[in-house]
Design a protein around this ligand. Structure first.
Ligand SMILES: NC(=O)c1ccc[n+]([C@@H]2O[C@H](COP(=O)([O-])OP(=O)(O)OC[C@H]3O[C@@H](n4cnc5c(N)ncnc54)[C@H](OP(=O)(O)O)[C@@H]3O)[C@@H](O)[C@H]2O)c1
Length: 264
């Protein structure tokens, strides 16, 4: 049987995609014939990313800080009008600062909630409205983290806030399923981006070791023995957006080289 992916011509919005995982996801969709809008909070980074992707297909960029309701409003309107509608949302966010619970202030929690919780729910609502009005189904994929199953001591803001994405995925999968809008999530372990460099530097400082030693000790915990690539993560997102996953909704899929040790 020849596998049909159904990604050619798909209208895709990827948030927080000027770098790292979001950028790799946008690139993977373009390589598979989709039409893509990317965004991030920094206009110069967005322009650079669009320039480096432009030879691969139709890609547009918009500057939107996911902590701002107005920016999200603008982003969804822009993406939907540039692409003539939306078939797929890949929701990626920026990262909250590392650190343990007792270091974090009220303002840190407010900021992290805005970045990771409010932005996800509000983006989902606007995209769902578009998809429902189009009446042709759709797919949403939310990036969370493996920390929602096994909290990491030095990532208190992520440990607490990112679990809400799993609740959002289950809630939306149930409510939107009758309209053939599938909603799933991905839980990355460690994927080689600037974010992991930042986390390793912070861990190294706290443990009084070098970043290289922190990396070696991390890799020892990963059964596949290495930090994943953004492309390996993007492949799973493509699967969830494609017709190969037509009967998958409400799932949270770990992409972690086997790092998670829990059975469920
Ligand atoms: N890499 C991993 O191993 C890993 C594991 C689990 C979870 N995650 C999470 O996955 C997400 C992406 O991670 P990454 O590794 O790709 O990080 P990254 O390389 O640091 O990229 C982060 C992206 O988010 C954008 N961004 C930052 N703040 C933003 C904001 N307020 N509004 C809109 N866009 C914003 C950045 O662009 P600008 O600077 O141009 O705005 C950049 O494009 C993060 O939430 C991260 O915590 C990553």
């Amino acid at each position: 049987m020849v596998l049909e992916f159904g990604l050619v011509g798909k209208r895709v919005l990827v948030t927080a995609s000027s770098k790292g995982i979001g950028f790799a996801v946008a690139k993977a969709f373009l390589l598979n014939g989709s039409r893509v809008v990317i965004s991030s909070s920094n206009g110069e980074n967005v322009r650079r990313a669009v320039d480096s992707l432009a030879s691969l297909g139709e890609v547009h960029g918009f500057t939107a800080d996911l902590r701002s309701k107005n920016d999200i409003d603008g982003l969804i309107e822009y993406a939907s009008s540039k692409l003539g509608g939306l078939d797929t949302l890949v929701y990626v966010a920026g990262s909250p600062s590392p650190g343990v619970f007792m270091e974090k202030t009220y303002e840190d929690w407010e900021e992290a909630s805005r970045l990771l919780v409010l932005s996800a729910t509000y983006t989902a609502k606007l995209v769902a409205q578009k998809m429902l009005s189009q009446g042709s189904g759709g797919s949403m994929i939310f990036l969370s983290s493996y920390v929602i199953k096994e909290p990491v001591p030095n990532l208190a803001l992520s440990d607490v806030c990112r679990i809400s994405v799993a609740g959002l995925v289950r809630t939306l999968a149930r409510e939107l399923g009758p309209w053939k809008i599938r909603v799933n999530g991905v839980m990355p372990g460690y994927i080689a981006t600037q974010r992991v460099e930042q986390v390793l530097k912070d861990t190294a400082k706290r443990l009084n070791v070098s970043p290289q030693q922190a990396l070696e000790s991390l890799v020892k915990q990963i059964p596949l023995g290495y930090v994943g690539t953004p492309e390996e993560l993007a492949n799973v997102v493509l699967f969830l957006a494609s017709s190969l996953s037509s009967y998958v909704t409400g799932a949270m899929i770990p992409v972690d080289g086997g790092l998670l040790n829990s059975v469920f």
